[in-house]
Design a protein around this ligand. Structure first.
Ligand code: ZN
Length: 100
């Protein structure tokens, strides 16, 4: 299956859901700890790179955050996901907002 991805930040065509430039900005913001994603227990998220989305194991999969909140691990903010072994960098997760 082919995925045509658009950067969720700048809406430009991109091979990933967040283009390199925007990912760099996100990484930078995370490193400076000026922001976090605010993910918390029970939040529903998807992995927002096409690479993971293309993996049949994760394609279109909605994950539920199972840790109380995110925490810092080796310089990145991470969360635990239900059914996923290990922590996952929250900068690569997009929270699903069903109110929109
Ligand atoms: Zn972008």
């Amino acid at each position: 299956m082919e995925y045509n991805c658009t950067c969720i930040d700048c809406k430009q065509a991109s091979a990933t859901w967040v283009c390199d430039e925007c990912q760099e900005l996100r990484d930078k913001r995370f490193k400076e700890k000026k922001t976090d994603t605010g993910l918390k227990n029970g939040d529903q998220v998807v992995m927002h790179t096409c690479m993971e989305a293309k993996n049949p194991k994760y394609a279109g999969k909605i994950w539920t955050v199972s840790s109380e909140h995110e925490w810092e691990l080796c310089g990145s903010m991470v969360v635990m996901l239900e059914g996923f072994s290990g922590a996952f960098a929250s900068q690569y997760l997009q929270k699903l907002d069903f109110t929109k």
